[in-house]
Design a protein around this ligand. Sequence first.
Ligand SMILES: [Zn+2]
Length: 128
Amino acid sequence: MIHEFSHLFSFKLAGGNAIPLWLNEGFAQYVAGQDKKTKEPIYIENNFCEKFGTLRGWDKYVNYSAYTISALFVRFLIKKYSLDKIKELISSLDKVYSYSRFEKIFFEVYQKELSEVEKLFIANLNNK
Ligand SMILES: [Zn+2]
């Protein structure tokens, strides 16, 4: 229920623009407190944000920890760079989503390459 409400919240925040699937689902999981760390080993592919961004990609990876990884990544972004930054990211999106545009928007908000932040995230998961 909270999960669904947070989709409405991010939809409003995005002003109807296209939210990459990992960000939309990960944020909803985080807000609903469904992002708790799993005891299962996690397998993460390189450039998972690119893979989990589109509907087709999400559909392909949904049974391969896409929810878990997205929720953990959103949690990492919030803890490391603040909730305001992720809100800024969601409110800076385009009408039409494409990964190359998203990378640029991410860089404008975080002043860091998305691929670099993905690597930091994985290193951080392994340090706990
Ligand atoms: Zn959802």
